[in-house]
Design a protein around this ligand. Sequence first.
Ligand code: HEM
Ligand SMILES: [Cu+2]
Length: 841
Amino acid sequence: MTNQRPDASAAAASPIRLHKQLEAVWGTPGGWGRLAAVNHTIVGRRFIATAFVFFGIGGILAMLIRAQLATPRSAFLQPEIYNQVFTMHGTVMMFLFAIPMFEGFAIYLLPKILGARDMAFPRLGAYGYWCYLFGGSMLLIAMAVGLAPNGGWFMYTPLSSRVYTPGINSDIWLIGITFVEISALSAAVEIIATILKMRAPGMSLDKMPLLAWYLLVTAFMMLFGFPPLILGSILLEVERAFDLPFFDPTRGGDALLWQHLFWLFGHPEVYIIFLPAAGMVSTILPVLARREILGYSAIVISIVALAFLSFGLWVHHMFTVGIPHLALAFFSSASTAVAVPTAVQIFAWIGTLAAGRPQLKLPMLYLLGFFSVFVVGGLTGVMLAIVPFNWQVHDTHFVVAHLHYVLVGGFVFPMLAAAYYWLPHITGRVPRHSLGVPAFWLIIIGFNVTFLVMHLTGLLGMPRRIHGYGAETGWEWPNLISSAGSFVMAIGFALFTVDVLMHWLHGQRSTRNPWGAGTLEWSIAVPPTNYAFASLPDVATRTPLQQRPDLGNHLARGGGYLGFVRHGWLETLGVDVMSGRVEQIVRLPNRTLLPLFTALVTGVFFVAVLFKLYVVALLALPAIVAMLLAWTPVSGERRDRGALPIGHGAAAVLHSEASSPPSLWALGLTLAADATAFASLAFGILFLWVVAPNWPPPAMIAFAPWGISLSTAGLLLGFIAGRLATARRVIGSGRRREAALAVAVLGQIVALFGIADVILAVPPPTQHAYAAATTIILIYAGLHAALAAVFAGFGIWRSRTGYVSQTRTVDLRIGALWSDATAAIGIATLLIVYGLPRVMG
Ligand code: HEM
Ligand SMILES: [Cu+2]
């Protein structure tokens, strides 16, 4: 490829030519080639469409539940099938609809509202999508053959333990959900790195659109919320498969440990679902009210506060399990306090509406539906936070009513508003509202009839998750009304679907900015091109389009930054986190089947675990690592290039030469999630120590002096050598850095031997939860050491193949960061295994 002259004015002479050049490098072929797509527009649309399909499936399951409950002693569904149906309804709605829908919107919209050409890690986004699709399909196939999970979506032990659920139903939940969660974690890392590093020049944090703030906070909550669940699922699966008794009270475990781990995730989850929806509201409402939103900073503070508060609330799901009174009081008041930051946002919305000139367009109608329903859900939530009331209605349909007012009100209605608002963007067609309005009325009337009545049945004592009830209970009429309402709502959703399909097929071409919005996503062509922006804008305000209505044309003509194609590269800009000053050119990878294949091998791992083919699973693990390593060759440079022009007389270095490239952020974020999982495990051990009687049995405390010394020495050696390899003097010379890395590999191998020796000294893990927990935490540390050895070896390979130099240090710094974390986790593990018995004993 010839070297195009990177000159903005030359490109500006021919926008068509610029477009053709960009399309040639960014475009995705049709047909089977689509499977290789990694572009955020395509991946985001896939997430959204798939999530809608799962919503439909979850909705059909809901109809089955309501059909069963419509009449007393109904024989419509067998009890066993009924258990699967409500479990799958909750599971599908929470894990396969709500979270992926958020991921889809975030991936589709983020680069466009931030003024970038793509997400920071396009291949990771594609990989996450495939994991979601395969994991979700696993659950659906299980349901089709009657083996779906059946213990309720929160999988309480001991009900979900092997004794009470001997089949593979529970395993399918644990394995399928963990598979899907990979996509949640990878989306979280990708979203945070993109928001922090990949904005338009000049977009400082306080000039970001509010939606980006919401998505940022949500992604952070996922990063800290999902690890406890993943860890809990792994522990439970290990207990079911290998009989390690973490949750078995007869051998030192405790069933409540699962509840803690689950709700440590589960409560924040509610806000993980609500916050992106609130972000949509904060985006759409000011546009339709024709004025800027009130209280930008107050909203930002309130969502951050909400995120912090929500992590302290998990215990309010456990008020009835018998916890200390002081804890009850604390968690009860904290739970009511969470209403405050929510109220801040509601006041900002109402104030904006009052101060503006609102138009009652279709998205606004759904926003009003959101307000009315969500406020009721919030009020019953405050009621439930009061302990005595909670004791009265615990596990009744009152709770079911509350949770649907919050979830449907707080997520589904804003999503419908968002669907109508951004539909012209996705399809490039004018919205037509002939069916949308009647659909809205059917949905909101049907919804209220269905769930308002459930408050009553709940107060009358009708428990949740029951398969049938007698006519003498007095629950007959309310249930019939509720079921009738749910079918009205279903018709509404069907009408909505028809409306969207008609719009897609028969709508008229839309103009660029049909709503008159001020944010950047409306400055590009609709439907968007693969590269989103022909050239990148310079941002000085929160609503750049409002100040400069012709911005779109200016950018399309190549008048912004990077309005050219260089060496056939996919380029976008990376900025300083706070100020939005340009810092680097980020070179992105293009279409490849690697994410799909990696997800397939990941799927092999999970299916093998499910069917207990552990040899296959053990082989799949290194295969996954090898595939991930195969991603790396295109993400580096083999020579120093120095600062390159980016247009307007400015220049920047490539990310491989930058001091804080997105990949380093990604590893830092991954380690944050990793540390959370480790902390959850340590929490579990402490929890059992405090609550389980005679824990640990003194005879079980093993001692392996050789193992401890070897692992400590190896970890420290790996850490020091890894750090040394990145030192200025060492990294400058190929021989020295490779020698340092070789020592690092050696250190990790020594550490592995040490850890293995300690594991052998521990009594058999099936005997007691103490031995099981000790074994698991040691394996956790061992896996880190093994990966640290891989990282160091990877460094040698990259160094040999020319990817490392005095200025191109990223690969080695990533490895060093990992070996720091390995040393920290390894030492903490040894302290827990050997230090704790001394302190607590
Ligand atoms: C579309 C209309 C919906 C209807 C008619 C509906 C109906 C129901 C009913 C009747 C139950 C109670 C089952 C029982 O306890 O016996 C239930 C449970 C549940 N629903 Fe929905 N639902 C709908 C939408 C949603 C949405 C959008 C979400 C989440 C985003 C959701 C999440 C849940 C959860 C988590 C449970 C608890 C399941 C369990 O106890 O294991 N639902 N739903
Ligand atoms: Cu909660």
